[in-house]
Design a protein around this ligand. Structure first.
Ligand code: HEC
Length: 717
């Protein structure tokens, strides 16, 4: 018996066992933004481009019940539109939703330059656009990389509605410090006009009491009604991009995550950037754009000369802007509750390092009378915090006076957590945004279960032997449901089903265990529209071609694509090892690049927020200075090479890591060549890679949007 090795095998198991399990309730969501849980157990969710969905957790049914016209970034204009953070942003159900079917949405008007908070009513289960009652309209700028709209809606236990709004400012022209450019014509890079302005609703958490016809101002907001140069709706001012807010249901304390600026080091303009988790026990100023973190001050910079002027005094901050329509003397700034930079945090090392996007809430309370408790009794009164980039949830144990007692990780490896909500019976719901920044089709809703709870069941589904028959495998009892429009129907139980004739869109096998936990497997029954195929032919129909040779090609289709959109590619496939089916990172490279959060904005072979890595490899392949140029770019960040959208400085990457990352990216171009924009032309094959063995092959392929690609294989000479 060797006690040490025994411990080593036991410990990792123990550590893993303490992570909560989750049931995957809904999947296939498109950039989902916020959820709200009804008393009857249904979960409502909004998607960035305007859809409202109802999810029925007992069957995994997902039903579209509304589609609100909004301004949002769409795939077709993704490189030119500045509506990058606009859309359908916030959702909360009315506290009396069971009776009145009312809900609140915050969205970007489809025509006018404003974001709006409105109340809607569901009619026959669907969003009734005619029922809209507009509560707040907040004019917005939408040009030249302006972003930050916040947009989270939540109700306090006293029925007050809270709405977060962002500073609506371009953060990319102030070196990652405070965007306070006060020159004429530069107001879109000046957060003193919004977040720091007591007379503007942007960069705030607003608090109102909805009424039958509109809203009232509750007592206790930051500025008493009637105070000159202020707005009475403001509860919290001085926010940059307060994303996902939550109110402690017992203590009525407001929490929110605040996404902070990019600077990786301090200089005479101010501190390095920090994200924040904030706590407001009462109305207050949280400092942006004059302080950050634990009240680290920024200097008032003259952007004409770049000279740093007077430092902000957090106890008596001033807004000196000529674009300020509010008070000059601001309420004293409040420190953040938790704050962290890109680098490892000295104060909160458990938060790790790297990209950041802080979010906060809900506050967990233990209740032995409930069926479900996510955490233990000792965790009673614990704030959950999470980070979209770091894909982790933490437990922040609170003391009797709401102070932070302990901060520990709870769950890691999530797919960009976007919202977290608890409901009346003790379920905790996690909304995952999806793998990428935009145009996800893999957003999901999970129900989190205590680490000590029985493991949820599993289920898989497969086509049966005959047309329309399916079979499912699970250790739990199976029921079969079909989705028809915005409703669903039970069509059978047990392991097998033969579908009745219907125009159902989806078939679900739902496995439910004795404790009521479920697993869902889905099959789409939609007849997907067939895209026209591309046909690729090569001059002379060669059976083999050599490295560096040119081949003439022609691309045809029954509905020919526009030449400009066509790309023809040759890829060398070595004879040994399995072919991954395209340019790919090795597993180790993939793990490393995932850990550095690059894949939030980049894909190997698909455009995302940033360029395809394959395109980067192609563009720099013949440049001897490629590694130096690109590692420098990782450090500095910046825009203009691939478009106007900037890459933030990748501050969590040290020089050695940067070189590893860049070499992996450049390596994607090995053995690949491409030509674009031609239906007829010549493709020059790549030079031989360093290690060639006899017997490899070429894959020659053509792609164009809206068409099925064509591929062929040739031998190498
Ligand atoms: C927040 C989004 C985002 C993240 C995260 C991100 N990038 Fe980028 N990246 C971009 C954008 C946008 C560009 C295009 C910049 C331009 O046009 O100059 C880019 C460009 C690049 C380029 C090409 C630079 C050039 O000048 O041609 C490389 C290489 C790159 N990124 C690597 C990385 C690596 C490695 C990581 C992770 C450490 C990473 N990126 C993380 C958004 C991002």
């Amino acid at each position: 018996m060797r006690p040490l090795s025994f411990l080593a095998t036991l410990l990792p198991g123990l550590l893993l066992a303490s992570e909560p399990a989750s049931e995957l309730i809904a999947s296939g969501l498109h950039d989902p933004m916020e959820i709200s849980v009804a008393a009857d157990g249904d979960v409502y969710v909004i998607e960035r481009e305007g859809r409202l969905l109802r999810v029925r957790p007992s069957t995994g049914g997902v039903f579209e019940i509304g589609n609100l016209p909004v301004t949002a970034l769409r795939e077709a204009d993704s490189k030119t539109s500045w509506a990058r953070e606009d859309g359908l942003l916030g959702l909360a159900l009315d506290p009396a939703f069971t009776k009145n079917r009312r809900l609140y949405l915050y969205y970007s008007d489809p025509v006018k330059l404003l974001n709006r908070l409105s109340r809607f009513t569901l009619k026959d289960g669907k969003l009734d656009l005619a029922s809209e009652l507009s509560l707040l309209e907040i004019p917005t700028d939408r040009r030249d990389r302006v972003c930050h709209h916040g947009g989270s809606i939540a109700f306090g236990p006293d029925g007050l509605l809270y709405l977060s709004t962002g500073d609506n400012t371009n953060p990319f022209e102030s070196g990652g410090y405070a965007p306070i450019d006060d020159r004429e014509g530069r107001d879109h890079t000046n957060a003193m006009r919004s977040a720091g302005n007591t007379n503007d609703l942007r960069g705030k958490v607003l608090r109102i009491r909805p009424t039958e016809k509109g809203y009232e101002i509750p007592a206790g907001n930051l500025f008493p009604k009637g105070t000159a140069k202020t707005r009475p709706e403001i509860y919290v001012m001085g926010c940059r991009n307060p994303f996902r807010i939550s109110i402690d249901p017992k203590k009525n304390v407001l929490y929110w995550g605040e996404v902070g600026p990019d600077a990786s080091d301090a200089n005479d303009h101010g501190p390095r950037g920090h994200d924040e988790v904030n706590q407001a026990r009462k109305a207050g100023n949280f400092g942006w754009p004059f302080v950050i973190g634990d009240n680290k001050p920024y200097a008032i910079v003259d952007f004409a000369t770049g000279k740093a002027g007077v430092m902000t005094d957090p106890a008596a901050p001033k807004n000196p802007s000529t674009h300020n329509t509010g008070l000059v003397d601001l309420p004293p700034a409040n420190k953040a509750f938790i704050w962290y930079p890109y680098a490892a945090s000295e104060e909160f090392p458990v938060l790790g390092s790297g990209g950041r996007n802080a979010m906060a809430g809900p506050v967990f309370y233990y209740d032995s009378s409930r069926k479900w408790n996510l955490l233990d009794k000792s965790d009673d009164h614990t704030l959950l915090t999470y980070d979209w980039m770091r894909s982790t949830i933490w437990k922040a144990k609170l003391g009797d006076n709401e102070e932070l007692v302990k901060l520990e990780p709870l769950m890691t490896g999530l797919r960009h957590p976007m919202d977290l909500e608890s409901d009346k019976v003790g379920n905790v719901w996690l909304l995952e945004y999806g793998s990428e920044w935009y145009f996800n089709k893999d957003g999901a809703i999970r129900r989190l279960r205590a680490a000590s709870a029985a493991k949820p069941p599993t289920v898989t589904i497969a086509a049966g032997g005959t047309e329309g028959s399916y079979q499912a495998t699970s250790e739990a009892e199976i029921k079969w449901w079909i989705t028809e429009g915005a409703s669903e129907r039970l069509v059978g139980s047990g392991n097998k089903i033969t579908l009745p004739k219907s125009d159902a869109m989806e078939l679900r096998a739902v496995a439910t265990d004795k404790s009521g936990q479920i697993a869902v497997a889905r099959v789409s029954l939609k007849n997907e529209v067939q895209q026209p195929s591309l046909v690729l032919s090569l001059a002379g129909n060669p059976a083999s071609v050599g490295f560096g040779e040119s081949i003439a090609f022609e691309v045809k289709s029954v509905t020919p694509p526009e030449a400009a959109t066509v790309s023809v590619r040759a890829r060398y496939i070595p004879p040994t090892g399995h072919d991954a089916g395209g340019p790919r990172f090795t597993d180790d490279q993939e793990k490393f690049i995932t850990s550095k959060q690059c894949l939030a904005c980049h894909q190997v072979d698909k455009a995302s927020v940033g360029p395809k890595y394959l395109d980067v490899a192609m563009r720099y392949r013949d440049r001897p200075d490629a590694v130096a140029v690109l590692t420098a770019k990782l450090k500095s960040g910046g825009s203009g090479v691939w478009g106007q959208v900037p890459m933030p400085p990748q501050a969590a990457v040290n020089p050695a890591e940067a070189e590893t990352l860049i070499k992996a990216i450049l390596g994607l171009g090995e053995g690949i060549s491409e030509t674009r924009g031609q239906l007829n032309g010549n493709l020059k094959l790549p030079p031989a890679p360093s290690a060639v063995q006899a017997g490899g092959a070429w894959e020659i392929s053509v792609e164009a949007p809206g068409h099925l690609p064509a591929r062929m294989r040739l031998q190498t000479k």
